[in-house]
Design a protein around this ligand. Structure first.
Ligand code: NAP
Length: 240
């Protein structure tokens, strides 16, 4: 098999990493848990932009870059595409499909934090499920709102915000119980796709709640795209 540099930080990337032998490298930004039970090599931390990644590819004799980072991690995806071109190796990407609104859904699409706060203006109890960004805005909570922020980072509660430091996957039963206990009137989400965090959308649908959805960023073109882990692993075996 070629020597692979797998860029991860997602559940899907970890599933791929578990199939890789010791000659391959799994790379993480270092924000979350670092697995210690993989056969492949694990490296942690940034490369220093696309130039740094291109140097790493050349120095380590990497033959193939696989971008399995989160669909909203646009910088590392752009770096991977550029570094691969510079180093003359192919770049593959796992590009998981986004969720699609279903009958009865009320999705309000926004592009950025300003659009998001404007879309939330008339609500009182939003549930934020898009990572740590709301933590930087806890002192901007409008007087009529109480925020619940679910993200990986622990953070003290404030008089007008509660932080749920927890990691998915989230079950339908668990989400139903949370929504019922907290009386959310709107959900804020990225369109991550996949099943691990999808239950919140089903509960929003059941309760007739709007979802303020941050649009996906445009991602750089790559040599091959895969919609799921199984197809990517199969292609890896074929190209071994
Ligand atoms: P980002 O904005 O695209 O990347 C910022 C910088 O972090 C990159 O330029 C790179 O630094 C470093 N980096 C990111 N992923 C890396 C990796 N796998 N290996 C080595 N360096 C990496 O990324 P982000 O949105 O902050 O996300 C950071 C990580 O968390 C990603 O690996 C992503 O898969 C994961 N994640 C992100 C989200 C999300 O919503 N954004 C959700 C779940 C998981 P250098 O330029 O120095 O190389």
């Amino acid at each position: 098999m070629k020597r692979v540099l797998l860029l991860g930080g997602t559940g899907d990337a970890l599933r791929i990493a578990k199939q890789l032998g010791p000659e391959h490298v799994y790379s993480l930004a270092g924000l979350g848990k670092v697995p210690d039970d993989l056969s492949c090599w694990v490296r942690v931390g940034g490369f220093g932009g696309s130039e740094g990644m291109a140097r790493y590819i050349q120095d380590e004799g990497i033959d193939l870059v696989i971008d399995a980072t989160h669909p909203y991690a646009a910088q590392i995806s752009a770096n991977a595409a550029r570094a691969s071109r510079t180093a003359h190796v192919p770049c593959w990407a796992l590009r998981r499909a986004g969720w699609q609104p279903q009958a009865g859904d009320d999705w309000r699409m926004v592009d950025d934090w300003a659009g998001l706060t404007a879309a939330l203006a008339s609500f009182k109890r939003p549930l934020f499920t898009l990572g740590r960004e709301p933590l930087a805005h806890l002192d901007e909570i409008p007087p009529q709102q109480f925020w619940t922020v679910r993200c990986l980072d622990a953070h003290e509660a404030t008089p007008r915000a509660r932080i749920l430091a927890t990691r998915g996957p989230f079950t339908l039963e668990g989400e139903r119980a949370l929504f019922s206990a907290e009386s959310f009137d709107v959900v804020v989400s990225k369109n991550s796709g996949g099943s691990a965090t999808e239950a919140k959308l089903e509960v929003a649908r059941e309760r007739g709640l709007p979802v303020v959805m941050l649009r996906r960023p445009e991602l750089a073109a790559v040599d091959r795209e895969f919609a799921n882990v199984a197809d990517l692993l199969e292609a890896l075996q074929v190209s071994a």
